[in-house]
Design a protein around this ligand. Structure first.
Ligand code: GLU
Length: 472
């Protein structure tokens, strides 16, 4: 189905602000955003903050920050569900007035008894409808009733889910759900339907943990005579072992991925691939993702989170990324994590070294680590592996390198390469035998960008001084 773009599509992301922006929710937001953009429609954000105890401003901020970082900008103003409680209640009262809902006075004890019977019979608890047809005159004194929905009891409902296909449930599986609590506050199920209707939502794309809710919601739409949106229930993300995603395997907030050094475009690309496919393609530009995204490409079985794949996609985006942008990100990392604010010279050196550095790093954390040699103070701390390379022979060889390089008229990749290759030939040494100790002396480690690039970026004085520090 490659639907022609229409202006009628309205999607929403409806997080409950009780924690960070979970990686699975971020993917839900992404799918809704892409679907709306693909159809030239609107992508709205509704904060489902009706659980006043558990909802926090901090969590709202984390969600907004995560969406902003991923570039998932909502259209229109943010809707806060808690501010719409009166409207939700009004709908329940309308249903009451139309005989499609009723007051239920069942006590806590009665409900506990129903729960107990259900448990002993090994079936889920279902309210038995004892107040469904009772005359209000039988209401006990001094009890605040809840309002329950008069759900259809016979027949069945089929939802043609955009991901799962047709799913049917028999009405006797659903009891009369509560719409308004005894204190008059609306339940989640009522609020979602009223808000989705009032916001003009045409497509509800969310995790498949909400699939059973969709049937109850469907019945409410029908009772109100409202258009039912198209539902698309996306399988949840699983861990590499096929089990529920654990923290160790990636069940983290988006900000944790930011801290681990992933680029937002890489995480977004990875999340898109996680549960959606377009042939064998792995890398998508934003324009391609918008052009190609549809619900047909969403898989019916849970995708497995794979850090190695995320890293490889991130490596790709790092290599593509602009050097100045990466240098700024590394500088930020250095100043927040190492308390080292780069001066202008250091910043320039970092940009210069970036083409070589970014080839080798899979995350910004690795990139920052690899860039460390640029700003290290002499005499360098030499790590264990590099130390091993710097034996007596290597140190005397470094002395001869120092001599050869010192007299160079200019300090460019070409002249440095010629000088060092000539030295290798004269000493009858393979080039690796020259480069290895030199790298250890210049960087204090055994990995680095190309050795000539390192020399150029460090400059003549610093390079010669670092070599001299290691000669015997
Ligand atoms: N607030 C719900 C959640 O965070 C989502 C509800 C919905 O998408 O309909 O799981």
């Amino acid at each position: 189905m490659t639907a022609e773009p229409t202006a009628t599509v309205v999607t929403r992301f409806a997080p409950s602000p009780t924690g960070f922006l979970h990686i699975g929710s971020a993917r839900t937001a992404l799918f809704n955003w892409l679907f709306a953009r693909h159809h030239g429609g609107q992508f709205l954000l509704r904060v489902e903050d009706t659980d006043r105890e558990r909802s926090t401003q901090e969590a709202v901020d984390a969600i907004l920050h995560g969406m902003d970082w991923l570039g998932l900008h909502p259209d229109g103003e943010i809707i806060y569900q808690s501010k719409r409680a009166e409207r939700h209640a009004a709908v329940a009262h309308q249903l009451l007035a139309e005989g499609k809902a009723y007051h239920c006075y069942a006590s806590k004890e009665e409900l506990a008894e129903m729960r107990e019977t259900a448990r002993s019979e090994g079936r889920p608890m279902r309210y038995d409808g004892r107040w469904r047809d009772r005359d209000p005159s039988e209401a006990p004194e001094g009890v605040d009733p809840v309002v329950r929905f008069k759900a259809p009891q016979a027949g069945e409902t089929t939802i043609d889910d955009a991901v799962q296909g047709p799913v049917t449930i028999a009405h006797d599986q659903l009891d009369d759900m509560v719409l308004l609590r005894a204190d008059g506050t609306p339940t989640y199920m009522l609020s979602v339907v009223v808000d989705d209707h009032d916001m003009g939502i045409t497509h509800v794309i969310r995790g498949d943990d909400h699939l059973t809710n969709a049937f109850r919601q469907y019945q409410l739409y029908a009772a109100m005579g409202w258009n039912v949106p198209t539902f698309g229930h996306v399988p949840l993300i699983h861990g590499p072992d096929g089990a529920k995603l654990s923290k160790r395997h990636g069940a983290l907030g988006v900000e944790a991925y930011q801290e681990m050094g992933y680029l937002p475009e890489a995480l977004r690309n990875y999340l898109l691939r996680l549960g959606w496919g377009h042939g064998d393609d792995e890398i998508f530009s934003t324009a391609q993702a918008i052009e190609w995204f549809d619900m047909d490409g969403v898989g019916k079985s849970p995708a497995r989170f794979d850090f190695a794949k995320l890293e490889s996609i991130n490596g790709h985006y790092m290599r593509e990324a602009d050097d100045t942008r990466l240098a700024l990100l590394v500088a930020k990392e250095l100043s927040t994590n190492a308390g080292h604010a780069l001066d202008e010279n250091e910043q320039t050196r970092l940009v210069q070294a970036m083409p070589g550095l970014k080839e080798r790093a899979k995350t910004l954390v690795e990139l920052t680590d690899a860039a460390g040699f640029l700003f290290a103070k002499r005499p360098l701390e030499v790590d264990e592996k590099a130390q091993k390379l710097l034996d007596t022979d290597a140190r005397t060889l470094l002395g001869r390198m120092h001599g050869a390089l010192q007299s160079l008229p200019d300090w460019t990749v070409d002249s440095l390469e010629t000088a060092l290759r000539n030295l290798g030939d004269a000493e009858n040494l393979k080039f690796g035998k020259i480069a290895q100790p030199l790298r250890a002396a210049l960087c204090g480690r055994t990995t680095s960008p190309g050795i000539f690039d390192v020399l150029v970026v460090l400059g003549r004085d610093e390079s010669l001084a670092r070599i001299a520090d290691q000669t015997e």
